[in-house]
Design a protein around this ligand. Sequence first.
Ligand SMILES: [Zn+2]
Length: 193
Amino acid sequence: MSKELIDLAIERLREDFPNKSRSWVRRALIRFMKNTVKEYGEGAWVVRGLPELGDKYPTYVVRFKDGRYYCSCFESSWGLRRRSEVCTHIAAVILYRNYKKLDSEVYASVINIECVDYYLEIPSELKGKAKVVKSVRVVDSSDRLNPRHRVTYVVYSSEPMEIKAKLACDGDVRELSLRLARTRRYIVELLLR
Ligand SMILES: [Zn+2]
């Protein structure tokens, strides 16, 4: 497992559950690092119990249904208290899924520019297949009405492809031919920081 990837997976978990305590995150991480999560089918995972974290059963089943997670520990004696919460079995599954997603393959192309005004356009018929994401940083705001930006565009897709794109930077419009090259999802996330 890569540390950078784990850090990103934890960051996503924290963003999704900003009110959860550090110990909740820590327990989810222990479960994940001890490799206790196994995929069991579509929307189902088995999480091996860890007695040191207070688990009474050897395994727990986590399911994702109608946009919600359910854990078999909800049915235990502590279930009533736990039902309203997201248990750390579920948190471990979310961490596992975050990690898997970040580790997955994508095809991407990166464009860096510095401009006051900018846009990148890809053909509309590709909009379901390819995504454009960007990060923008102000590099020069001496002209307060027209600050200069450093823009990183990442165009990515789940399959390799060549895309004709239109890039505008301060009135200069260029046609680009982008070849999306194989990389991993977390690289895309790192580029956009
Ligand atoms: Zn649980």
